[in-house]
Design a protein around this ligand. Structure first.
Ligand SMILES: *[C@@H]1O[C@H](CO)[C@@H](O)[C@H](O)[C@H]1NC(C)=O
Ligand SMILES: *[C@@H]1O[C@H](CO)[C@@H](O)[C@H](O)[C@H]1NC(C)=O
Ligand SMILES: *[C@@H]1O[C@H](CO)[C@@H](O)[C@H](O)[C@H]1NC(C)=O
Ligand SMILES: *[C@@H]1O[C@H](CO)[C@@H](O)[C@H](O)[C@H]1NC(C)=O
Length: 756
């Protein structure tokens, strides 16, 4: 017997064992190969493992995207010897009507560029030129050539790869779309011309099985859709008679999140999804809306993290839910996927809420369901009937579309093999994209993190990115958008740091100024737009009690109490992700940032921010690029006396009572006894001493003076045994801050709202 025959005999016997006797057999790696690409295995060669092919950008695996290891030890589908990486194609653009597409090709590949011209008598809307992108989509907008002749609705065009039925464009006329060849229709298959001249829904698109929405597309589309919901409920600041007032809108927002963690999705997916949900919730919280959440993971079973009923009963608060979610683990997850079970839970919860609040109130409830799944359910049946019930509840049995805005169902289709036909019909909602088709390795965490950075939240104090994507100046600014450089020209020019605390105000140290300095001697640098750096100064105000020589006779040559100043800029800084104010103590804005109730007090803020004996804080120093952060610990409570005692070792101090130099108005950092920490250098003065709370930054202090001159050149320098820094504690400076920033009898700027 020659060896190949022998081998096939052995395989035949093994195969028989695997099939008939349920012996666990591993799949064979030898069967897998791909020309020009690679693959990876989700669970080695064990049953249920998925071999996912991977090609470089602009290519896709062909003929298969993946294989699943069957209990029999066979890959499904059967591996092909022709497995390779093919060039990505874009759907056929020549469906374009009333014009010419150049070049006219049989197939259009990635990087091919097309242009669209209309026959004479027709005018074009949409893009003139489109490029085939690496994810299988055309750049730009569908080009449309039309002779709009009195129709109610404008010609909606034909998306690449599609066919359209319906050419009559009057009220209630319908157009229907299908996709050609093996393309999948993503979006509505039908649109209706409305009286207002708009088509219902959004334009559908034709996707190949390998076409995905990029992270940027998702964060833009989902971001603007969810922002629509959040901002209808957000308390708004309105201006009346030059005063800013807050209007609370009616309504309750219920958000239900379900994450499919069944076998059909890879192993580490659970943790990644969990982190992404945390990020999403944190993002939503930054809108100052307080939704109720129902969060669950599911396979054949439901793993509930929090029930929305506990929110309605006031039994849980957001922060504890986020903690629970972060710590949530599932050890033995069951196989199987019951998509319907997740929707059934949500339906029950909604019905329960409806029963427990009157109809009048339930009318004001909005519901947002967010599902993450590949759609491959194998038990529980189709969720469609349950979704129909959910719609009836939210629409309050109205079918005229008048309550469509009260329910949004978003589906994030994610996995190595997506069951679009099962998932797409689940979406609901009035405007915006609700179905997202994601590549299995999309970083959802980052996608959600990117969502909210625009107009609606630009004024929110302290909102920042807590990591740097590129490490350049721009990503530094996004991390410290309140950063300001202050330069005072004089006999001896002084370089200080400052912090933007309102669109027109920068906080810095009083000692940066000298007697006789004028506003025109002061330069403030904030790069709110590329290239726009220097801000003109209108005026500046030092604390009235700042007097450096006040305690010379008591043995303190330079006395820095009340070392604080506010600079008013000529023009407001343009708010964006690159420039927005830091939160300061005892304002309403800071209550919101700390997620305290609106009635919380200044003391409660202080207790939350400065609660430990060693409280971790940070401040910045000039560096390349831009700045670097220094880590310090404020010594509070019983640790404070030892810390301020070191002031006695400073030059120019002859008193033996440290509190003469370091009053209660200072925070003390530095030394080696707790942890190694950093020390302030010349040039760090005036900068914010801050604490991050979730995605928000709160300034608690201001860099003032120190016992040792360890670094006149700047930079990140470690503290020595005896070196200590003293920072003005902003909680003690509230009257000063309020007297300017809270001033509400002027029309020059919007005052901050200070707590009583
Ligand atoms: C997929 O391939 C690309 C380039 O071919 C590589 O950069 C990437 O790390 C691969 N991804 C995985 C998950 O193997
Ligand atoms: C389209 O792309 C294919 C594949 O890269 C290339 O061979 C072809 O020359 C391109 N055609 C045009 C007209 O750009
Ligand atoms: C809020 O609801 C109350 C009573 O339900 C109603 O009188 C009021 O006009 C509503 N306010 C807004 C802003 O819709
Ligand atoms: C997700 O993002 C948050 C910040 O939003 C970060 O702290 C966390 O480490 C990220 N997790 C992963 C797995 O990337």
């Amino acid at each position: 017997m020659d060896t190949s025959v022998l081998c096939s005999w052995i395989f035949a016997i093994l195969f028989h064992l695997c099939m008939v006797h349920q012996v666990q057999c591993d799949c064979l790696e030898d069967d897998l190969q791909i020309k020009g690409g690679s693959y990876f295995l989700t669970k080695q060669l064990k049953k249920g493992s998925i071999a996912v092919f991977n090609c470089s950008d602009g290519y896709y695996p062909y003929p298969h995207l993946r294989h699943v290891c069957q209990p029999s030890g066979k890959w499904d589908p059967e591996p092909s010897t022709r497995q390779t990486c093919n060039l990505v194609q874009c759907p056929d653009p020549t469906v374009f009507e009333n014009g010419i597409v150049t070049p006219y090709l049989q197939r259009y590949f990635v990087a091919n560029v097309t242009t669209y011209e209309c026959y004479s008598g027709y005018t074009r809307r949409g893009s003139y030129s489109r490029t085939c992108l690496p994810n299988g989509k055309w750049s730009g907008l569908t080009p449309i050539c039309s002779r709009d002749s009195g129709n109610t609705c404008a010609d909606p065009g034909i998306p690449a790869g599609a066919s359209r039925a319906g050419n009559i464009l009057y009220v209630n006329d319908k157009v229907k779309y299908t996709c050609n060849e093996d393309l999948i229709l993503v979006g509505p298959s039908e649109r209706v011309c409305q009286e207002n001249g708009q088509w219902t829904g959004r334009e559908p698109a034709c996707y190949y099985k390998y076409t995905y929405d990029t992270a940027v597309e998702v964060s833009e589309a989902f971001g603007s859709a969810i922002k629509g919901t959040l901002t209808t409920l957000q308390p708004i600041d309105d201006t009346q008679d030059g005063r800013k007032i807050r209007i609370s809108k009616n309504g309750t927002l219920n958000i239900y999140i379900a994450v499919d963690i069944s076998e059909s999705i890879e192993e580490d997916y659970f943790e990644r999804a969990r982190d992404a949900v945390v990020t999403l919730i944190e993002k939503i919280a930054s809108f100052s809306v307080t939704p109720n959440y129902d969060i669950l993971f599911f396979s054949s079973e439901i793993y509930q993290v929090v029930s929305i009923l506990d929110f309605h009963d006031g039994k849980v608060v957001l922060n504890s839910v986020i903690e629970d979610l972060k710590n949530f683990k599932i050890d033995d997850k069951n196989t199987g996927t019951d998509l319907n079970a997740a929707f059934k839970i949500f339906e029950e919860r909604m019905a329960f809420i409806k029963q427990n609040v009157e109809d009048e109130k339930f009318k004001e409830h909005r519901h947002v369901i967010i599902l993450f799944s590949d759609g491959a359910y194998n038990m529980g049946g189709s969720p469609l009937p349950t979704v129909a019930k959910i719609k009836r509840l939210a629409y309050m049995d109205l079918t005229d579309g008048s309550r469509d805005e009260y329910l949004d169902i978003y589906v994030f289709a994610i996995g190595t093999d997506i069951f679009d036909d099962d998932l797409q019909p689940l979406v609901a909602g009035k405007d915006g994209q609700h179905y997202f088709r994601l590549e299995y390795d999309t970083n959802l965490n980052e996608t959600f993190d990117e969502i909210i950075d625009e107009s609606e939240v630009i004024g929110l104090c302290g909102l920042h990115k807590d990591y740097e994507t590129t490490g350049d100046k721009v990503s530094k600014r996004k991390r410290y958008p309140w950063l300001a450089f202050v330069i005072v020209q004089g006999a001896s020019p002084k370089r200080c740091l400052g912090s933007l605390v309102a669109p027109k105000f920068v906080l810095t140290a009083a000692h940066c100024f000298q007697f006789g300095d004028l506003p025109e001697h002061v330069t403030v640098e904030i790069e709110d737009r590329p290239g726009s750096i220097v801000k003109k100064v209108k005026t500046f105000t030092l604390h009235k009690d700042y007097d450096i020589s006040a305690r010379v006779s008591k043995g303190v040559k330079e006395f820095y109490d009340f070392d604080i100043a506010l600079i008013q800029l000529e023009d407001a800084v343009e708010m964006s992700a690159l420039a927005r104010p830091i939160c300061i103590p005892c304002t309403q804005e800071t209550n919101d940032a700390l997620r305290l109730t609106r009635a919380s007090t200044c003391e409660q803020q202080e207790q939350l921010l400065l609660k430990n004996q060693y409280e971790r804080l940070g401040f910045l120093t000039r560096a390349d690029p831009l700045v670097q952060k220094k880590d310090v610990f404020a010594k509070l409570k019983e640790m404070r006396p030892m810390c301020i005692n070191k002031a006695l070792k400073a030059d120019g101090i002859t008193t033996d009572d440290p509190t003469v130099a370091v009053t209660d108005n200072f925070l003390c950092t530095g030394g080696l006894d707790y942890r190694r920490e950093h020390i302030a250098c010349t040039g760090d003065s005036g900068g914010a001493v801050f604490k991050n709370y979730k995605l928000r930054t709160i300034q608690v202090g201001l860099v003032s003076w120190g016992t040792k001159q360890l670094c006149s050149a700047g930079g990140v320098v470690e503290s020595s045994e005896d070196s200590r820094d003293f920072h003005i504690n902003l909680f003690r400076m509230v009257p000063f801050l309020k007297s300017i920033l809270g001033k509400d009898d002027q029309d020059d700027y919007a005052p901050l709202k200070f707590l009583n």
